[in-house]
Design a protein around this ligand. Structure first.
Ligand SMILES: NC(=O)c1ccc[n+]([C@@H]2O[C@H](COP(=O)([O-])OP(=O)(O)OC[C@H]3O[C@@H](n4cnc5c(N)ncnc54)[C@H](OP(=O)(O)O)[C@@H]3O)[C@@H](O)[C@H]2O)c1
Length: 412
């Protein structure tokens, strides 16, 4: 029986999870592939660290040593940062290896180049683990895109920020207290910027855009906003209205334009994201035949992420001829409406005396926190004049619990 020889780059949470899963699920892998899977080498940075790796596996800090192995079929990358990863993966492809990566930051920046290089070298690229950890969103999209036209993808793609928002609401904690807990639990890095400012979700959104629509929006034009402006007061006010804050990534095609946003929004009980709590992730795919499908599950962690990598291992091994990755089929553009609809917004920092015919006052939820109805354009105009305003979109069918708008206006 032939053997699939694998190198794992990185032996941290993901790398070790993949190594252990290859051992624990050897039989399943063998029956799926008709071949044994063997880890031939592991790349690490710190040679002094004790690791539980069989002694016949080459453990090295030098990728060139791995490249010199007489047989190498698949390189699985679970390192951090864009470099040296990108360079290493290019070398692996040129050596004729399929590659699998969990590294979203690197892949959002260099995925296109890696896919092109892989095509030239007749090998495959797996990147399921780059988006939403254990949730098989890339495979589901690939399957859907065979006939369905995807119109929009929305998702809670960062478990750390979702955990912080959940804890702030549940425990009535401040942002700083919830962040500290996330760090204690090992969910947040010492520097949490990537998670709480939405960069991590942004990279994942760009990867999804490429697979769904075959291209990405201009990165500079994507509205990216983190969760640091959300206070416990705002969370309390939202709760009074039966709403929850969720940090939502969204990508859609409007006309010929791809539109992406990563920002906090408010959702009600009827919205599938309302119930996505703690470190869980969820992705909702809207397409023309099936409608809306929502997948929910663990967005990170040793074994959920290893699961995504192992599924890719099977996928790339079975796709020896090229047909893959960023080749989206049809995608359906959502009709671009000329008239901007009026939406409901939760706003804070707006002077009570403010009056503007294009903005309808709906409710003062708590001191200084209002619900208004306005078009996004009008609201943005207002924000330019009054820089202290924070505003959050209320998604879905929000029904204000008030008698009439006129009564409220006179009361304010
Ligand atoms: N953790 C998750 O749940 C998760 C989920 C999805 C995707 N990801 C992505 O997966 C990747 C790995 O994450 P992780 O959580 O496993 O990270 P981690 O626990 O910090 O492990 C990183 C590993 O990479 C090794 N490494 C770092 N720089 C290296 C270099 N220049 N050369 C060789 N080895 C190097 C480290 O070696 P030493 O052990 O010697 O220090 C370590 O073993 C990241 O890109 C992350 O964004 C993680």
């Amino acid at each position: 029986m032939t053997v699939v020889k694998v190198a794992i780059l990185g032996f941290g949470t993901v790398g070790e999870g993949v190594y252990r899963t290859i051992q624990s699920h050897a039989e399943e892998l063998e029956s799926a592939l008709g071949k044994k899977v063997e880890v031939a080498a592991v790349l690490i940075k710190n040679k002094q660290r004790e690791r539980n790796i069989h002694k016949e596996v080459l453990v090295t800090t030098d990728f060139e040593e791995i490249l010199r192995l007489p047989k190498l079929d698949i390189v699985i990358e679970a390192i951090v940062n864009r470099e040296p990863t990108f360079t290493i993966l290019q070398k692996a492809i040129e050596r004729g290896c399929h590659i699998i990566t969990a590294n979203k930051e690197m892949f959002a920046h260099h995925g296109k180049q890696l896919i092109e290089l892989a095509e030239q070298n007749n090998v495959s690229v797996g990147f399921e683990a780059t988006v939403a950890g254990g949730i098989p969103v890339i495979q589901t999209l690939r399957q859907l895109l065979k006939v369905n036209r995807v119109q929009q993808i929305q998702g809670i793609l960062n478990g750390t920020s979702n955990f912080i928002l959940t804890e702030m609401r549940d425990k009535k904690w401040s942002f700083a207290e919830a962040l500290l807990q996330a760090q204690k639990n090992g969910y947040a890095e010492a520097d949490p910027t990537n998670d709480v400012e939405g960069f991590d979700a942004f990279y994942k959104t760009m990867i999804l855009s490429r697979i769904a629509f075959g291209e990405e929006p201009n990165w500079q034009e994507v509205e990216r906003e983190g969760i640091t402006s959300i206070t416990s007061e705002l969370i309390g006010a939202a709760e009074k209205l039966g709403l929850r804050f969720k940090h939502l990534a969204s990508i859609s095609k409007e006309g010929s334009q791809i539109k992406g946003t990563v920002k906090p929004v408010l959702v009600g009980n009827e919205n599938p994201f309302y119930h996505v709590e703690g470190v869980e992730n969820a992705v909702s795919l809207h397409s023309d035949i099936v409608g809306r499908i929502t997948l929910q599950g663990p967005g990170a962690g040793m074994f959920p992420t290893a699961s995504a990598v192992i599924e890719d291992l099977v996928y790339v091994s079975q796709n020896d001829a090229i047909k893959r990755s960023f080749k989206s089929t049809a995608s359906a553009a959502v009709e671009q409406s000329k008239v901007q609809p009026k939406e409901f917004w939760l706003v804070t920092g707006l002077a009570k005396t403010y009056s503007n015919p294009s903005i309808t006052w709906i409710d003062e939820v708590s001191k200084g926190v209002f619900v208004i109805k306005a078009s996004k354009k009008d609201l943005e105009k207002l924000v330019k004049q009054q820089e202290t305003i924070f505003y959050f979109s209320i998604l879905g069918e929000y029904e204000p619990a008030i008698a009439s708008t006129e009564e409220k206006v006179s009361a304010l």
